[in-house]
Design a protein around this ligand. Structure first.
Ligand code: ADQ
Length: 468
């Protein structure tokens, strides 16, 4: 095999970098924010691997290049393909369907055709780059047909796929027009990783019901004999890096400064989410607004910061959630804020890691209340940033809830229950909070993203058997 082939190839919709044009016109690549990138960064460190993905700009793809010890291989997408494959089928059909139909999914045959075409393009790119007998790790819901396409081109490869988002119950999944091709696409892999056992179960059940495939335990076998194992491998964060960052004098000083800027509140609540309808931001604001309204919380001594990162802004559902959130924040502040000291601080932009760590450290109550979320890394980052202080209010509908049992677990659809959970967290005695936070911290520090990647790759190497 030529030297330009790699033992480990990651395939993800996006490359882990963004193209930035400087004032002088020069172009540079900068590591991009987001759950997946945060998670995969440490996996690639020190390995001679390649990453294939879209650069983020429509049109011709830049030439392959090296960055941070990694070969980056851009896959081109035209403007129409961005709109049909990415915004259309991935984020207009699959995303809402896989998140409990919180928003009605839209199905269009043109979107579906583009999805298949782009999955084939990724499969061809991976087939070119992977070394003989190498490993290809495919990421997420945008690339569900790629594993089978790749196996056809390169039967010598070990192929794994990890789903960062939930896998829906078969009653919902069966709405999908391309449902059988997607299942067959995934069954080209040797190992499929999911965030929760329930997600793996949903997938196995869909194979049983929709393909009449042979499913024994967690293994699906097709007529040609190829077997695929599906199991939970919950993703995590670089926990030590967050703990270390939160422990630096600069971040500690900045955390104190944030509280001071807010008028040294008695309680500071924090929410950090991509501005997405799955994240439950409206429900959270409703609960907080009512607590101010009733006088249960005093808006001059209890403040709330909501960071809502811009996301998928060309899609109508996202424009809608943004205007709802912004209107509600305006209403709460209009009704309750003292002059010059807003009850709710709303930040619609990205921040450097240091500022995120300072926000986590400054907050004594973290509100993570999605209506549905594959995992939610923010919950884990908050835990890693705190050493025995703080409180986490966590939706039962996140993957994180399966691991962080000592959080104030809540049903965000039930506004009364959500308000009660917030108050329980705010009013809990420090020794109770410390006990809960210590237990969760042990879990996060010992189950970090490095361990997740090792677990995934060990499972992939052993599949369809379980690793010893
Ligand atoms: P996301 O839906 O993006 O990820 P999440 O898991 O919370 O959700 O990850 C978001 C990441 O972005 C966190 O690391 C957070 O700190 C960072 N971030 C958020 N807002 C930011 C801001 N304004 N500035 C800078 N950084 C910001 C998807 C799935 C999740 C799953 C992850 C990983 O939807 O369920 O946990 O992938 O698998």
């Amino acid at each position: 095999m030529p030297k330009d082939r790699f033992d480990l190839v990651i395939a993800a919709n996006r490359l882990p970098v963004d193209r930035v044009t400087q004032d002088d016109g020069s172009v540079e690549w900068r590591r991009s924010p987001g759950g997946l990138v945060t998670a995969m960064e440490s996996v690639m460190r020190g390995r001679d691997g390649a990453w294939i993905g879209w650069s983020g700009d429509p049109g011709e793809a830049p030439e392959p290049f090296r960055e941070d010890d990694m070969q980056l291989h851009p896959v081109p997408l035209s403007a129409d393909e961005v709109s049909d494959y990415y915004e259309g089928f991935s984020n207009g059909s699959l995303w809402p369907l896989y998140h409990d139909v919180i928003v009605q999914p839209t199905f269009k045959r043109r979107w579906r055709a583009a999805y298949e075409r782009i999955n084939r393009r990724f499969a061809e790119a991976a087939a070119e780059l992977a070394a003989q007998g190498g490993t290809v790790w495919v990421q997420d819901y945008q690339l569900q047909e790629m594993p089978a396409m790749l196996r056809e081109l390169r039967p010598d490869l070990r192929i794994g796929w990890f789903n960062h988002i939930p896998f829906p119950p078969v009653e919902l999944f069966m709405q999908l027009p391309a449902r059988e091709s997607l299942l067959h696409g995934l069954l080209g892999a040797d190992f499929l990783g999911f965030q929760r056992k329930a997600d793996a179960y949903n997938f196995l059940n869909a194979c049983r019901q929709l393909l009449a495939a042979s499913v024994k335990g967690d293994v699906v076998r097709l007529a040609d004999g190829h077997a695929t194992r599906a199991a939970a491998v919950p993703i995590s964060i670089d926990a030590q890096a967050m703990a270390d960052l939160a422990n630096t004098p600069q971040v500690k000083a900045r955390a104190a400064e944030i509280r001071e800027q807010l008028g040294d509140p008695e309680h500071l609540m924090l929410g950090v989410d991509r501005l997405d309808y799955t994240k439950g931001i409206r429900h959270r604001l409703k609960a907080v607004g009512e607590l101010y309204q009733e006088g249960t919380l005093d808006p001059s001594t209890t403040k709330f910061i909501q960071v809502a990162t811009p996301s998928r802004e060309r899609l109508e559902a996202y424009q809608h959630i943004r205007s709802q959130v912004e209107r509600t924040v305006g209403q709460i502040n209009g009704d309750h804020s003292p002059i010059g000291a807003p009850a709710v601080t709303y930040l619609h932009r990205s921040f450097p890691r240091e500022e995120m760590a300072a926000l986590f450290l400054a907050a004594d109550v973290m509100l993570v209340t999605p209506l549905r979320d594959g995992m939610n890394l923010v919950a884990k980052e908050y835990i890693a940033a705190h050493d025995g202080t703080g409180a986490l209010v966590l939706s039962e509908f996140t993957g994180a809830a399966s691991e962080l049992k000592q959080a104030y677990l809540t049903n965000p659809h039930d506004i009364s229950a959500l308000k009660q959970s917030i108050m329980n967290a705010i009013q809990a005695p420090p020794d109770v909070l410390a006990r809960r936070m210590r237990a969760m911290r042990r879990q996060v520090m010992t189950h970090d993203v490095q361990r997740w990647a090792e677990d995934f790759l060990t499972n992939l190497a052993a599949a369809p058997e379980r690793p010893r």
